[in-house]
Design a protein around this ligand. Sequence first.
Ligand code: FCB
Length: 490
Amino acid sequence: MAGQRVSRRTLLTAGSTSGLGMALSAAGCREAPAPLSPAASIEGPRRFPTGFLWGTATAAYQVEGAWNVDGKGESIWDRYVHTPGKIKHGDTGDVALDHYHRWAEDVRLMQDLGATAYRFSVSWPRIFPNGTGAPNARGLAFYDRLVDALLGSGLQPFLTCYHWDLPQALQERGGWESRDTAQALADYAGYLAGALGDRVRHFFTLNEIATFIEWGHGPDSLIAPGLRLPAARLNQARHHAVLAHGLAVQAIRAGGRPGTRVGPAENVTVGVPVVESPEHVTATEQFMREANAGYLTVMLEGRYTDRFLARAGADAPRFTPDDLKVIGSPVDFVGINVYMPRYVRADETQGFEAVGWSASHPRMQSPWHYIGPEALYWGPRHVARLWKASDIYITENGCGAADAIAGDGRIYDTDRIMFLRSYLSQLQRATAEGIPVRGYFHWSAFDNFEWTGGFGTRFGLVHVDYDTLKRTPKLSAQFYREVIERNAVV
Ligand code: FCB
């Protein structure tokens, strides 16, 4: 592999001098231009800061399989996928990629990418089969092995405590509608920090509260637990989830070690100004605060905005001043999952107006996925400006592309390369301006179980054949490896 890389680079240099240079002189230039130097054109201005972390992200339910192995309890996702008609083609995560048994190969594949970090989630019901009570040592042993293998391979583990797989037993006791679930999550997170905090330094509390609350409990529900709650109950469930975040921040600090660091991994709605002029930029910042009021804004400010409470009216969540203090517990970093932008303009009466999504790229597979690379510039910029975040991670970014296996058995996923190159260019603009983004986690390392979309939507840098479970790096894996190696957009 390394040999291949050397020869590609040699080819690039040779091409720029003898190929392009000769063509220009032949076309009649008086002087042949100076040879293009990869160091100047690529590794100079398009570089990321030294020490920038490059990783990939996955979630337990989407990759592990082994759904009822080694004492694991049932999760709301196990229950949901086993309910006929919920998931495309009746797919389930019962086996998924069988990462639970093939973790060693998967760690090797990430090492081959040259990645320096890996974001994964722990399955709560593997550790506490009923949500609370006595921990299951066999479940923990899996993550022990994984963490050791990651560290041994030069990959920093970034652990997400909750990526949507609530123990079914807790759902039966009210799920996120119950305040006790928030405390149970904190107890579980504190336990993880105690058990793994000697080796894991970075902990994320909950993944995308915005998604699992709205799309699992709201009027258009299509993910587990598949409830359709009236507004007041929905608002209360959301409040309990952000409360769980705050309680977990405190529990992880208490359970961890002196260097333990903790923060959210939230799906932000990112406003992009229609024109980069001061009035539209200011309007977009206001939009960003309000569009995320029930999630990141309350977590980072410890208060619900006036507009948010006015909009909710009589259905607003019930909370105490102490709740808000807990929710706003200081964090060490802010993780944001960024997929697409909303375009925003200044409006004289309301301050701002969201005027639309970006264009839909016809070949991106997820119907929700509008393409807009500027989101990866504006997302971190808003987080840094609005909330003075000193460390930001892009905890997810990626695309479902129309990956087909070519006649030679390879996967030339040029859609994903187009996506990565354009989004990373915007991220590089952010870091070049001094916005404190410390790392990027591509969603995802491997094709995996894409929730309601089942196995039909492929987000991986590595292709998975779901019949044989064979893993094959796609062309985008090669692209990403070059990005990592040069620490630059290539
Ligand atoms: C995010 C989820 C992640 C994955 C990607 C495509 O919303 O956090 O699990 O499904 O979307």
